[in-house]
Design a binder for this molecule. Structure first.
Ligand SMILES: Cc1cc2nc3c(=O)[nH]c(=O)nc-3n(C[C@H](O)[C@H](O)[C@H](O)COP(=O)(O)OP(=O)(O)OC[C@H]3O[C@@H](n4cnc5c(N)ncnc54)[C@H](O)[C@@H]3O)c2cc1C
Length: 377
């Protein structure tokens, strides 16, 4: 008689995960947000708190040691974290939503079994360096077959979380034009040379660097997936709405700041502004949820860029309203309002595709209404 197959581990309760995210946000991230914004790196205690709450494995399937949360719950967690500390949320997204999800959706089952449980538990931290594959022109990273391995050469222009991360998912182009995604330790001797941390106006603590790869040898056991450019473009579009949660988080933080100012000053006007932005945030979130998990639906691409551009613009506008309502002190580096503006600005660029770039600029022009019409005539 064959042994009964083991019961697969159950996914975590979404309500409990959200509650844990709210606790980490309120008790660990929010009180340190201003200091973290000005720090060299995200504090390790933040990463530890996220790991202890299971939030680094939120999008990893339960059978690979993660929480197996639906994408909707992972977005809500990201929104909660972004409302408390933008840079911690940004770094969490690279590990939990970008890297771990990519490995989990990849073709390499042995790799999943080997690395995902440790990544989900936060025993190792993983970042990503693949946005360059969206750029037109000659590949920035070339991948050449080398016996039973591959060799990577070139430049990864953006990689967040250097110093915190142990591993990275890196992509490059094969000689036939297909894209290969590999998992590599970041400490690989002379084969990976990081730049000094890039000086950034927003998310400086993300410890973002560029990498020079010189003959980085990666074995077949570390290859995650190989994709055509069409498959890559389809994945980009399918993931377009995930970072909306960052913009919605910053919009919520700005609305809360306005509400707090309203209370302190007894201002009905500011209280109304806070309610209005909160209401718009609910509407935008409903649109995200209507489309995010249906990339195969007719008209998805067009709606996804429109909704993401709305979230981007709402985040920046809400943060700007918080600056205006705060007054001159908003410009002090430890003031929350200006930090929110910088974070919201960065979310305009995150995982940007050309169509999203066009939709974002168009959304900003459209809000000019009559003024832009006059300029055209
Ligand atoms: C602080 C920070 C941290 C980041 N961290 C990471 C990270 O950890 N990992 C990671 O992978 N990425 C990271 N990024 C990259 C980020 O996701 C990209 O900025 C974003 O994808 C835009 O790409 P780009 O910077 O390469 O811009 P650009 O090269 O300006 O491209 C922007 C968009 O326009 C299109 N485009 C550009 N030139 C042309 C042209 N001539 N014709 C047609 N279309 C064109 C591109 O296809 C692209 O979609 C980070 C960026 C910042 C600012």
């Amino acid at each position: 008689m064959s042994a009964p197959s083991p019961t697969p581990p159950a996914a975590a309760d979404p309500g409990a995960l959200l509650e844990r995210a709210r606790r980490v946000a309120a008790l660990v991230l929010a009180p340190a947000a201003s200091a973290t914004d000005q720090a060299e790196a995200v504090p390790r205690e933040h990463i530890r708190a996220l790991a202890d709450a299971g939030l680094l494995g939120i999008a990893t399937p339960a059978r690979h040691g993660g929480q197996g949360a639906p994408a909707r719950v992972a977005r809500e967690v990201l929104e909660i974290l972004a409302g408390a500390c933008g840079v911690t949320a940004f770094v969490q997204m690279q590990h939990a939503t970008a890297a771990c999800s990519l490995i989990a959706r990849g073709d390499n089952e042995a790799l999943k079994e080997r690395v995902l449980p440790r990544l989900a538990a936060g025993e190792r931290f993983c970042t990503v360096g693949f946005s360059h594959v969206r750029r037109p022109g000659p590949p920035m990273v070339r991948v050449e077959p080398d016996g039973d391995a591959v060799r990577l050469d070139g430049t990864v222009p953006w990689l967040t979380g250097h110093g915190i991360a142990d591993d990275a998912v890196i992509a490059g182009a094969l000689p036939d034009g297909r894209l290969m995604y590999v998992l590599t330790p970041l400490w690989a001797g002379d084969a990976i040379e990081p730049s000094p941390p890039l000086r950034l106006s927003a998310m400086n603590a993300s410890a973002t660097v560029s990498l020079t790869l010189r003959g980085l040898r990666v074995g077949a056991e570390q290859v995650i997936v190989t994709a055509t450019r069409e498959q890559q473009a389809a994945r980009d579009v399918a993931g377009l709405l995930t970072p909306s949660a960052l913009s919605l988080g910053v919009a919520g933080a700005a609305a809360a700041l306005l509400a707090e100012l309203a209370g302190r000053r007894g201002s009905a006007h500011l209280a109304g502004a806070a309610r209005s932005l909160e209401g718009e945030r609910d509407d935008a979130r409903a649109e995200v949820e209507a489309w995010a998990d249906r990339p195969e639906a007719e008209g998805y691409g067009e709606h996804a860029v429109r909704v993401r551009a709305w979230c981007i613009e709402l985040g920046v506008r809400a943060a700007h309203a918080a600056v205006a309502a705060t007054g001159g002190s908003a410009n002090l580096l430890d003031n929350a309002a200006q930090r929110l503006v910088r974070e919201a600005m960065l979310y305009s660029l995150t995982a940007q595709t050309r169509d999203l770039q066009t939709a974002t600029v168009q959304r900003l022009l459209d809000r000019g209404g009559g003024a832009t019409d006059r300029a055209r005539s």
